[in-house]
Design a protein around this ligand. Structure first.
Ligand SMILES: *Cc1c(COP(=O)(O)O)cnc(C)c1O
Length: 455
């Protein structure tokens, strides 16, 4: 009786496998999220001293809760940044879930760490970062940015004891992701908000801002974005990175979305400045086709990161007990976390089974689709580009529409189960934005979306 909940329920198990098989083998429906025509089920009273029938609860989830979620892995999901995990990564996520893997330390999980590190080293190498770069997989870009900037702040503080009484700053542009602002807020650091020309943060912009600033010496680092979330713009990584090297500043590159373009035959060249990065993040759960939640956080010098972030406690001393560097490689030491799911493994498994070429092809597919979309728009007179497509993001204007029309159109597309496309703002104007990521998003679908903007 008492330990019944640790027993295997084969009927439930078969139903769960059947559900997973169905999700993996059928086209993913878009579904509805908060715009569902049906009300959410009443869950009142389900949490109670005695349990409920598990099959009934699974059915409740399948039929009444999961349908209230817009499936982020549908090829019609073009809002925000979608997520298109490979089948192998999803299958392997199930393996990870059932394997009792704690990805915290070398002592507990050397085999996990070895595989995750292989994937991290490969990403670092592809990004042009030097040998010895490394870090850990964390929950997302937000935590990756916070961890990176924490290390950058402490390095700056140590280098500049004379600034102890000052508020330190990182130079950022207004197009940096919102999580950068949050990280600075948490860290008690301020931003030198650099004005850009056409939203791309360049070395020239930075030099101008510093020249006009009364306290340029308080700027201890630079945050660049390789693929802004709203528009896909890649900052001047080469210029900003070389400036950081010359002036001994921390250089962080937020590539949560667009960092994946290191796999693009046409666009990797624009990310070559990544070789200067002290810290770099890219989310495999965005454009590298891994399930949520997974961000690769990579430091040029992981030893410095460990000094800043490793948690010290007597019960953890045993994790730090060896002189061998390798035995010290605890993923928990490189970010603001301790216990962790081996969340890099689904990405690793997909990479080793599908091969690098498949990743290059899949990343390129969305960039190419964005370019074909630009041509479709050029052939229509009711829509026009807001700016050139960048990476896999296209922003367009429906001539004559205001915010209400964009919102009504967006909701209707979802009600019709055609696509999930949400408006954004560009320089104060409400516009439409298509974020391509799923290699199965078709030209026909894009055309249907553009045509739906006629009325
Ligand atoms: C998505 C995104 C983030 C935040 O990443 P999460 O994984 O959602 O925490 C940070 N920076 C950029 C550029 C992003 O696109």
């Amino acid at each position: 009786m008492g330990h019944q909940m640790f027993e295997y329920n084969s009927t439930l198990a078969e139903e769960v496998y059947a559900y997973c098989r169905d999700r993996l083998t059928h086209p993913v429906p878009l579904d509805f999220g908060g715009l569902s025509p049906d009300p959410l089920p009443d869950l009142e009273g389900l949490i109670r001293p005695e349990g409920n029938d598990p099959e009934a609860m699974l059915t409740l989830f399948k039929d009444r809760l999961a349908t209230h979620v817009v499936s982020i892995d549908s090829p019609g999901f073009l809002a925000f940044i979608p997520n298109a995990p490979t089948k192998n990564s999803l299958l392997f996520d199930m393996v990870v879930a059932c394997s009792g893997l704690n990805g915290t330390s070398w002592l507990e999980s050397a085999g996990v760490v070895e595989a995750e590190n292989q994937a991290l080293t490969f990403l670092a190498h592809t990004a042009g970062m030097p040998e010895g770069s490394g870090g850990a997989f964390v929950s997302g870009g937000s935590l990756g940015n916070l961890s990176s900037l924490t290390v950058g702040r402490d390095v700056g503080r140590t280098k500049h004891p004379e600034l102890a009484a000052h508020t330190l700053r990182f130079a950022i542009s207004a197009d940096a992701h919102s999580s950068i602002g949050t990280a600075l807020h948490v860290l008690g650091i301020e931003a030198l908000l650099v004005e850009t020309d056409d939203h791309r943060f360049t070395r020239t912009n930075l030099e101008r801002a510093l020249a006009n600033d009364p306290h340029p010496e308080t700027v201890i680092g630079i945050v660049a974005t390789s693929g802004t979330t709203n528009a896909g713009i890649i900052d001047d990584l080469e210029g900003l990175g070389s400036f950081a090297r010359e002036h001994d500043l921390w250089f962080h590159v937020d590539g949560a979305y667009g960092g994946a373009a290191i796999f693009s035959a046409t666009h990797a060249q624009y990310l070559s400045g990544l070789r200067h990065a002290d810290s770099f993040i890219v989310d495999p759960h965005k454009w590298l086709f891994a399930p949520l939640d997974c961000c690769a956080l990579i430091y040029r010098n992981p030893t410095i990161a460990r000094k800043v972030l490793a948690q010290q406690a007597s019960y953890l001393d045993v994790l730090h007990g060896s002189d061998d560097e390798k035995y010290e490689w605890n993923p928990s030491d490189f970010a603001i976390h301790l216990s962790r799911r081996a969340r890099g493994l689904p990405f690793w498994f997909s990479l080793v089974t599908n091969g690098v070429n498949a990743y290059e092809t899949a990343v390129q597919a969305s960039i190419d689709l964005a370019e074909r979309t630009v041509k479709m728009i050029a052939n229509m007179d009711h829509v026009e580009l807001v700016r050139d497509a960048s990476l896999s993001i296209v922003m367009l204007r429906r001539i004559g529409w205001g915010p209400e029309q964009y919102n009504a159109w967006s909701q209707q597309l979802l009600r019709d189960q055609i696509a999930f496309v949400t408006p954004t703002k560009w320089e104060g104007e409400t516009v439409a934005r298509l974020a391509f990521l799923h290699p199965d998003t078709s030209d026909e679908l894009v055309l249907e979306i553009l045509e739906s903007m006629r009325d």
